[in-house]
Design a protein around this ligand. Structure first.
Ligand code: PAF
Length: 279
């Protein structure tokens, strides 16, 4: 495993290597089994794999969230070392990617960025698109790997690649869950033991919503979820919704088709968690 602070050094090393299909796994560090599943897939499908560890400032709308984002490079590198020689780890400072000033670019994603996370986190997806666009342009990977946990982000990245006709295959990777169902997330480490014990109710609610669809309308399921969390002493519901799995247009009626997904975002104290399932 090789570690790089500067993309030009990584690229010059890469230019000496053949053959070279390149897998890219962008991360913000605080790695967990969800990230490792992306990296395993990338390693199995490519000659070289670049894992980026970079807490991207332009995707945070709040400085507190940016400052509190968990980071532990030493532990991340320990988790990555078993992947061996195929792995190149890029952990830059902001100026290596952004130059003097880290500012987001301007992209048009319409409904994809206005709904759900976009409604709650102003400018978030412009920042995500900016850094992913930069990473794809600098490293020109054959494939890039993203998790379905951030499902809306994944659709934004598909849209980015399609709009700009970037020559890369985006690989969608399934959500990895703890044994009690909680979706793995770097933010889980910020939960108190009590919050961690309660957190599986997020996934349980999504599963109940899916089970209910046979007997009731999406509107009523929405009301049930809202009422459930209104009574919950520790969890505040930000949103629950069912949407088309590609356009992310909200739907209120099941259409008998296989193209729907249920989404949820909640706050446990200061920690905001999201999850989603096929609906
Ligand atoms: O999902 C993440 O960790 C980040 O949004 C990403 C894709 C690495 C961009 O900073």
């Amino acid at each position: 495993m090789h570690i790089y602070r500067h993309s030009d050094v990584l690229l010059s090393q890469l230019s000496e290597l053949i053959p070279k299909t390149i897998g890219l796994v962008p991360t913000m560090g605080a790695l967990h089994k969800g990230h490792l599943s992306l990296i395993e897939k990338a390693v199995s499908e490519n000659d070289w794999v670049i894992v980026t560890i970079f807490v991207n400032p332009t995707q945070f709308d709040s400085n507190t969230d940016l400052v509190n984002y968990p980071s532990n490079l030493e532990q991340d590198l320990e988790l990555l070392s078993p992947f061996g020689e195929k792995l190149m780890v890029y952990t830059p400072r902001a100026d290596d990617l952004y130059g003097e000033k880290a500012v987001a670019g301007s992209y048009q994603f319409d409904i994809l960025e206005k709904t759900m996370e976009g409604a709650s986190r102003s400018g978030h997806f412009q920042g995500v698109a900016t850094v992913v666009h930069k990473l794809l342009s600098v490293f020109k990977p054959t494939k890039a790997y993203f998790g379905e946990k951030d499902y809306q982000q994944l659709q934004i990245i598909h849209a980015l690649v399609a709009q700009l006709k970037l020559p890369v295959t985006i690989v969608d990777c399934p959500i990895v869950r703890e044994t009690d169902g909680l979706a793995m997330s770097s933010r889980n480490t910020r939960l108190t033991p009590i919050q961690r014990a309660i957190a599986p109710v997020i996934y349980e609610t999504l599963c109940k919503a899916v089970a209910l669809k046979k007997q009731t309308s999406i509107l009523q399921i929405n009301e049930w979820v809202t009422a459930f969390f209104r009574e919950h002493p520790h969890i505040e519901l930000d949103y629950f919704c069912v949407a088309n799995n590609q356009t992310l247009q909200l739907v209120e009626e099941t259409n008998g088709e296989e193209n729907l997904r249920a989404f949820i975002a909640v706050k446990l104290g200061e920690v905001r968690l999201i999850d989603n399932v096929k609906f």
